[in-house]
Ligand binder design. Structure first.
Ligand code: PMP
Length: 742
């Protein structure tokens, strides 16, 4: 009987208060000067583990320099379940205000002392324990992801679980391991009136695991208490530990991922408890801080964290000089291969809308449109890696991912465009589009827009005024008909119809000479032309003429497709026309090398003249898996809506800035495909200023580029997960730069 149990210890009339807890039911009993903790257990399977935990506590009680609960009574059966009595360790729970450097280094030292005392202890039941809270088993929590409803939070967890499996798990067995406390959170670290660590309680998560896991767990909770100072606070803990017991380089290198692993464990348990309606305030107390820290973690460079700790502990940090990287590259690369920025960046890793260099700097990526759904998106990574493990072959075999993906992608097109041909790049897609048009029409001429770019193959270069009229180019080939870019800003015509009339006159002349083109190829918004949207009405007026003369129209959606423009999924929809061919590239595989041509039944039949179309890699199962994953993320994360929302907000902020700086002559674009044209008072292009702005943005850790006929247009086309906060950062830095320059 519980009453008899309490009487044995003179506690029958002790005052009692309930204490919060995760696994057991706990009471604080107070009797005279002495306080105790009474714990109830109903799960009999745990009893042997609790016996082992008691053994550990008894062992620790023999060291006066460590204040841990003392075992006052063995585990006993009573009428209300098994009970256990421990001494009550005094102190207040760890709070933000306790986090001084002195406290944190003493915490580190205390953890080291605890580990030294537990180092030789052998408790087979603890060693055999499997717990979802044990960092070694972080990956076993992946199934709980279904309870995380927010897609952005899901991708964060998926990313860090993936890193855990890739970088931590393979090392787990080579890390120094022993019995550890397993849960040094703010509720288990007690502080005295002087703000010193007074004791460690609650050994309920005790496990056998790497000592670095323990340190990482303590660091996680300290970082959650004060995320603004996480790096220096954590460093104090690690340095404190290191001063008593040296940490290994390998261990230090894992701290970034172990902290993330603990955050995943925490948020996934919270999500599961909520999903199963078992959540309490106590269980959810760290939910919001854990998500907050995980977000910070996602834009914190792993290299920065690692190097910071290594430096603090006096370990060597190897740095590769950018000069030597450039020299090495020069030795092997063609001189025609360029590098961005006056001082190029050596990239180390990237995530979502951020890129990280080898020195630990984080760059806000306002430029790269290939990682359309975000750099290293975990869903795309998973799809690729699952498929590449299973089957990677070519289109001469049947495999369902090919048709699944084709069906999915084609569902985004008007019903007439019902055929997909897959290749490996935008260039190959442009090339194929031209070839198809030539075969289908029996003509060789191609009509193109001034400043357009369609790729790097011979055919695509011939169709790209940006190249044949640019440096090293030799002008338009005789079968190329170049039409003016219908630009309404600062130009001859201010409407699409006038440009279309001019183009039609030029085409009529060519037709009269027997040069009717097979194809007219254009981007709906000219990227290399300097983010120039084709004048409204231009394509609408052109199409009837083209159709009348059997000239096919290809919309190059390599830059504009897949929802980037916000209001429409494809650029041609913006112009209210239906092309005969759509050229796809860049975002289609989020960086996996893919390209595609979408066209009609009719055209593919004309193309099928007996010559086989085969691409060794085009349409392979891995590419299809990547492409399908991209569409799934776009849908799941509502990225087209984000492009509309954030893009509109960003453009408005740029337009507001334009009122302050005359040199920002035009701010244009749709969705997250924007440009700022820099012109002087006399309308001359400010090429140098645009270049300086680009380089200064980079010095401020923001990536952008310049383009246009005079390289005077600042170009923004980031991953679609770009946020309003990112847009704010971009605009405020741009404002600062322009204030300095003008
Ligand atoms: N078309 C357009 C509009 C492009 O911007 C590009 C690449 N910049 C291409 C085609 C060629 O794509 P890729 O580089 O994948 O061959």
């Amino acid at each position: 009987m519980i009453k008899d149990f309490l009487s044995t210890y003179g506690l029958r009339d002790a005052a009692h208060t309930k204490l919060e807890g995760y696994g057991s039911v706990n009471y604080k009993l107070s009797h005279g000067e002495n306080d105790y903790v009474l714990k109830y257990y109903s799960d009999l399977e745990e009893l042997s583990l609790i016996e082992s935990e008691n053994n550990v506590l008894r062992h620790l009680s023999s060291f006066p320099d460590l204040n841990t609960p003392k075992v006052m009574a063995e585990l006993m059966p009573t009428d209300i379940g098994f009970v256990r009595l421990l001494s009550y360790v005094k102190g207040s729970l760890l709070k933000k205000e306790h986090l001084t450097s002195l406290f944190l280094s003493s915490l580190g030292r205390c953890i080291a002392t605890l580990h030294l005392k537990l180092a030789d202890l052998n408790e087979p039941i603890i060693a055999a324990r499997i717990s979802s809270w044990d960092l070694n088993y972080t990956h076993t929590n992946a199934s709980k992801t279904e309870y995380v409803k927010d897609p952005t939070q899901r991708k964060l967890v998926a990313h860090f679980l993936d890193r855990f499996s890739a970088y931590v798990l393979p090392q787990t067995h080579s890390l120094r391991s022993q019995i550890i406390h397993g849960d040094l959170n703010e509720n288990n670290l007690l502080v005295n009136d002087k703000g010193e660590l007074n004791g460690i309680i609650d050994f309920g998560d005790i496990c056998y695991g790497p000592i670095i896991n323990e340190i990482a767990i303590a660091c996680t909770y300290v970082a959650m208490l004060a995320p603004e100072n996480f790096l220096s606070n954590i460093t104090h803990i690690i340095a404190g530990y290191h001063s008593i017991s040296a940490l290994q380089r390998k261990e230090i290198s894992l701290i970034y991922d172990l902290i993330a692993a603990r955050l995943c464990t925490s948020v996934l348990h919270s999500a599961e408890s909520k999903g199963l309606n078992g959540a309490t305030e106590y269980i959810l107390q760290n939910e919001a801080p854990a998500w907050h820290l995980m977000e910070i973690w996602s834009y914190t460079s792993p290299v920065l964290v690692k190097n910071h700790f290594l430096n603090a502990l006096g370990c060597e940090v190897k740095e590769v000089s950018s000069k030597s990287s450039i020299e090495r590259r020069k030795k092997v690369a063609s001189p025609s291969l360029s590098l961005s920025y006056s001082t190029p960046i050596h990239m180390e890793s990237s995530l979502f809308q951020y890129m990280f260099d080898d020195k630990g700097n984080r760059y806000l990526d306002a430029y790269n449109n290939i990682p359309h759904v975000g750099h290293c998106h975990p869903h795309v990574i998973e799809a690729i890696s699952k498929q590449v493990r299973k089957l990677n072959t070519n289109t001469r075999y049947l495999y369902s991912i090919y048709t699944d993906y084709s069906d999915h992608l084609l569902s985004y097109f008007p019903s007439r465009l019902n055929k997909l041909l897959l290749v490996n790049s935008g260039s190959a897609a442009s090339d194929l589009a031209i070839r198809m048009a030539r075969v289908a029409t029996g003509r060789t001429h191609i009509a193109v827009l001034d400043h357009g770019y369609h790729g790097n193959t011979m055919l695509a270069i011939e169709a790209s005024a940006y190249k044949f009229d640019g440096k090293g180019g030799s002008g338009a080939a005789s079968h190329i008909i170049k039409l003016p870019l219908p630009n309404t800003f600062n130009s001859f015509y201010s409407d699409g119809k006038s440009y279309a009339d001019e183009a039609i006159t030029l085409l009529r002349e060519e037709i009269s000479q027997g040069n009717t083109p097979a194809l007219f190829i254009a981007e709906p918004v000219s990227g290399c032309g300097g983010q120039v949207p084709l004048a409204p009405g231009y394509l609408e007026h052109m199409l009837p003429f083209l159709q009348e003369h059997g000239i096919l129209f290809a919309s190059d959606e390599v830059q504009t497709g897949f929802g980037r423009l916000g209001s429409h999924f494809w650029g041609f929809q913006l112009h209210n026309v239906e092309p005969d061919i759509v050229i796809l590239g860049k975002p289609i595989g989020n960086g996996h090398p893919m390209g595609g041509v979408v066209t009609s039944d009719q055209l593919t039949h004309k193309f099928a003249n007996g010559m086989e179309f085969f691409s060794s890699f085009g349409g392979n199962p891995v590419s299809c898996a990547a492409g399908k994953a991209v569409l799934e993320v776009l849908e799941r994360e509502h990225l087209q809506a984000n492009a509309l929302n954030v893009g509109g907000y960003w453009k408005d902020a740029l337009l507001a800035l334009q009122r302050k700086f005359d040199v920002m002559a035009d701010v244009r674009g749709y969705g997250i495909f924007l440009g700022v044209e820099f012109l002087d008072h006399d309308n001359s292009p400010l090429t140098q200023l645009a270049g300086t702005v680009k380089n200064k943005l980079k010095e401020n850790f923001i990536l952008s580029s310049t383009d246009g006929p005079y390289d005077h247009v600042l170009k923004m086309k980031p991953p679609l997960c770009f946020s309003k906060a990112n847009a704010d950062e971009f605009v405020s830095v741009l404002e600062r730069i322009l204030m300095q320059l003008i």
